[in-house]
Design a protein around this ligand. Structure first.
Ligand code: ADP
Ligand code: ASP
Ligand code: MG
Length: 406
């Protein structure tokens, strides 16, 4: 007997037939003698609609009320799946974040999980019940519902798995594993049997949304065994494992892209000590994450400063920069959402020079202009015009020898 956490994403619970399919899968594990907890997302498209309603009412809405709205999607799914399970003879009960409780910090909209008390869930499983848990949500310090950032149900699942000391955390989704790149963009992407935690963390953080970044971070820290697999087909998925369990390590393991960032340029900033602190300090205080940064060479005592922020954070970034206009002293702010960040990731990059050069050459051969570059030990990212996304990802996938045999 094993203790398993099964997580089902939005497309896996998109309608009643799919919820019935999920119930059947859960029943199978229960009948095999396992103790099972289930974590679910909102039905496909629901969270997007809820987010849009908040933004349409007010782009700078109160984050606590945003959480009140967007956390409702998951509540519907836990009730429906519990009914579907009961209908086929599986004892099941729904759980919202506060009932467990899943305690978070107060950063509403992107809260961090601080603590989970797994004892009630363990007791329920011990009584032969299947807890059906709302992903994406917890309870903040003011006893208000708090959400964990988009894609946060993966984090819920891994955190629950750690809290109940599960043997496995199975993430069921609409692809049958982790691929060398998004299989929806590159049909010749290859499925990886195993991916190192560190690589998966980097891939997720640069846009491979098959797993949410923080879920991988937590799995790595707590040594949770994570498997990504299909909720529609019966096939083994991909495991996320320790680096030393991977036999053959290619230079580049995967290519990822993110359309979630916008490019912000501050024109004619005075070129003097302390200017970066004056720009990025207030943005950080307003909870706006800045990713890539470039500052051009100064001429005439001023310079252009370009950086990227999440698309959803653009109104807030503009507001902050407007407020700080006098102390920064720039001429104008430009925001361009028509950009994509393309990244290559691989542990092999640590020990081999020239990997990034191949990336730049490949993009140049396709006539794709690079707007911003950033690197880390096992990753290189470039910002390009959004219209080049598919072309760039495919070209890089081929250039690094990742294509599946025809
Ligand atoms: P869920 O709703 O189940 O959480 P997501 O849409 O969040 O599903 O994540 C699954 C999607 O991630 C896939 O449909 C696929 O398009 C995308 N994806 C991006 N990069 C990868 C990758 N490297 N491997 C597999 N899927 C990927
Ligand atoms: N429903 C939430 C979202 O769409 C959480 C998740 O699906 O993981 O972001
Ligand atoms: Mg997801």
């Amino acid at each position: 007997m094993a203790r398993i956490v099964m997580k089902f994403g939005g497309t896996s619970v998109a309608d009643l037939d799919r919820i019935r399919n999920v119930a059947t899968r859960v029943k199978r594990e229960v009948e095999a003698g396992h103790e099972v907890s289930v974590v679910v997302s909102a039905m496909s498209g629901v969270t997007n609609q809820l987010v849009k309603w908040c933004s349409d009412l007010s782009p700078l809405h109160d984050a606590r009320e945003y959480d009140t709205v967007v956390a409702t999607g998951e509540q519907v799914t836990i009730g429906l799946l519990s009914i579907a399970l009961q209908t086929i003879g599986v004892e099941a009960r729904s759980w919202q974040g506060w009932q467990i409780p899943i305690s978070t910090d107060g950063a509403h909209g992107k809260a961090r999980v601080e603590e989970i008390d797994g004892s009630r869930l363990v007791a329920a499983m011990g009584r032969g019940q299947v807890p059906v848990i709302a992903g994406f949500q917890g309870i903040g310090p003011e006893e208000r519902v708090a959400t964990l950032g988009r894609g946060g149900s993966d984090l819920s699942a891994v955190a629950i798995a750690a809290a109940v000391k599960a043997d496995r955390c199975d993430i069921y989704t609409d692809v049958d594993g982790i691929y060398t790149t998004d299989p929806r963009i590159v049909p010749r992407a290859r499925k990886l049997q195993a991916v190192a935690y560190e690589e998966m963390l980097e891939l997720a953080s640069v846009g491979a949304k098959v797993l949410q970044t923080r879920s991988v971070e937590l799995a790595m820290k707590q040594k949770v065994r994570v498997q990504v697999l299909s909720s529609f087909e019966d096939r083994p998925g991909s495991m996320v494992v320790d680096e030393d369990e991977i036999v053959e390590q290619p230079l580049v393991t995967g290519v990822a892209y993110s359309r979630d960032e916008a490019k912000v340029t501050l024109r004619r900033v005075p070129d003097k000590p302390g200017i970066a602190a004056t720009v990025f300090g207030p943005l950080a205080d307003a909870n706006v994450n800045v990713d890539m940064i470039v500052q051009n060479l100064a001429s005439d005592g001023t310079t252009d400063m370009t950086f990227t922020v999440g698309k959803a954070d653009v109104p807030r970034a503009r507001e902050v920069l407007e407020k700080e206009r006098a102390s920064i002293g720039y001429a104008e702010v430009l925001a361009d959402p028509e950009v994509t960040k393309i990244s290559i990731v691989g542990i092999g990059m640590r020990s081999h020079a020239g990997v990034a050069a191949t990336m730049f050459k490949t993009l140049a051969e396709k006539g794709i202009n690079i707007q911003v570059i950033s690197t880390s030990e096992i990753k290189t990212s470039v910002l390009v015009g959004a219209e080049y996304t598919e072309l760039a990802v495919r070209a890089l996938h081929t250039a690094y020898g990742l294509d599946a045999p025809a």
